[in-house]
Design a protein around this ligand. Sequence first.
Ligand code: F0G
Length: 353
Amino acid sequence: RHQWQGVIEEYRPLLDIPEGVPAVTLGEGGTPLVRSGWLSGLTGAEVWLKVEGDNPTGSFKDRGMTTAISVAKHEGAQAVVCASTGNTSASMAAYAAKAGLKPLVLVPEGKIAAGKMAQAIMHGGQVIMVRGNFDDCLDLSRGLAERYPVALVNSVNPVRLEGQKTASFEVVDRLGDAPDFHLLPVGNAGNISAYWLGYRQYADLGRATKKPVMRAFQAEGAAPLVTGEPFPHPETKATAIRIGNPASWHLAVAAAEESGGRFAALSDEAILAAQRLLASRDGVFVEPASAVGVAGMLAELEAGESYAGATVVVTVTGHGLKDTVTALEAFGEIVDTVVDADVEAAAGAAGLA
Ligand code: F0G
């Protein structure tokens, strides 16, 4: 059986990175494409979930981080920096640790899920909490990389997209062709740009006969690509995508336009409801931001949109264990119910008696 080598070794000839760069890898990529029985039944489509929480640090960021850190190390960097809503920093810190680089992380104060903070710190990241939002942190990390000897590994670094586009390759390799539609959440807009890059490349190479329609979703409180204006004060429970001025704005718009796709926004309630449904119907536990593609699909169905007969891939970007606090908020009654260690009491509480 083939032992998965990580995305650089699996796809090296297709990646625009310096020749012969040694791969700093944790075995990222090769994530499951899981058929959603629930969504397929609801839509009359074949709906597949690309489960990116299965990556080594629990999000899709690992695909771009293996390339970014490998190249930074190869070019002699000693330290790396990123702004993050949590997942990029967790991933960067892990890959930097593996490469022996010093990770410097800038995050918005109080807006990072605990699991992600724990990851960044455990991997040896120097975590700086900033009075401001992600967009402020990104400005800061760009400023630091310009003036100090630290390499910037946010997705404004094109090497990140080279790694992240491998998710499209895997989808096509698995399905035998590109899907008709690809749905995903958008924050800083690196991921949609990378997927589109990958789908275009596979179509150009003749490995796919078509490219999917890209439909991308944001939270209502942080929806600059929907309104066309930056959000100075982005706000959403889906903290991973609490971003008001995405760095890859133009690439994301190009992906939507060239593919015949579009952007739409969802309320936090719709996002959290989709997260719970995905966990309870399909057995796939994702963090709130990761459920935004599914929330988008449900909202479209409600509005009369049809996916019948199509093949649809929905990327679920990160693992639910990243943010258990938000997950449990809706279930206070369950968490707070305690019974004596007694069969009758347990049966009563379980509604069996
Ligand atoms: N889903 C999750 C779980 C994310 O962490 C992010 C981005 C996105 C979706 C959106 O992807 O930015 O490429 O459009 N997280 C970044 C971070 C911003 O710092 O971890 P995008």
